[in-house]
Design a protein around this ligand. Sequence first.
Ligand code: SAH
Length: 244
Amino acid sequence: MGKVYLTGAGPGDIELLTVKALKAVQKADVIIYDRLANPDILKEAKSGCEFVYVGKEDGRHTLPQDEINETIYQNALKNDIVVRLKGGDPFVFGRGGEEGIYLKERGVEFEIIPGITSAVSVPAYAGIPVTHRGIAVSFKVITGHESPNKPTSQIDWDSLKSDDTIVFLMGLHNLSKISSKLIEIGKPKDYPVAVISKGTLKEQKVVVSTLEHIAKDAKELPTPALIVVGRVVELRDKLDWFNS
Ligand code: SAH
């Protein structure tokens, strides 16, 4: 039985792959990878390494999670080194925990290789620090996948009233609902918001707007994209470095 490395691929820019992840990729017999993992990383693999794509195209699942879990397990039975390569960090909305539990229950040895999460690095490439002295003392990373109007929403919207930074992942399709909800809980209509698309890549696009107008202003942006809400967005005027 082989060993599985649940590995973060970083947010996009291939140089944001960790040294540890690169070493795992270079020794892998098989790499099971996602849509969000930069495919150029696969060029680092040794010759003869097998590649298995289990990504999800915009909402359409090519493979349900339990089949992905089983694919990883089956590959661990017949290979020495299996790299499960996932965008960003495997434990930040990456379902890496589920994969680890599945392996543990079947006696497969694994290691977690954390990755640079998009939640922090994509704002950084847009010149937006998620915390800043005197402006934001904390930040929250929230799934934007849940419609805020759903009665079963697990998000505590009332806890988002302060000026601390909110980063929504997977939220582009719900952007108008999310911004309306934030206005409903009391944020000003002109409160700053940024949407960052294809962050850290040369195709990176950033739209800065207000809660009132962001849905209209950002609707053409391609995925993957994340939403940053907070006064820290205004710091981009001084800190933008990547696009300029
Ligand atoms: N585990 C990943 C997140 C997976 S959820 C991580 O730690 O980064 C997928 C969401 O991440 C996307 O819907 C998008 O909101 C965000 N995302 C990932 N890569 C991104 C990128 N390069 N630019 C903008 N958003 C990105």
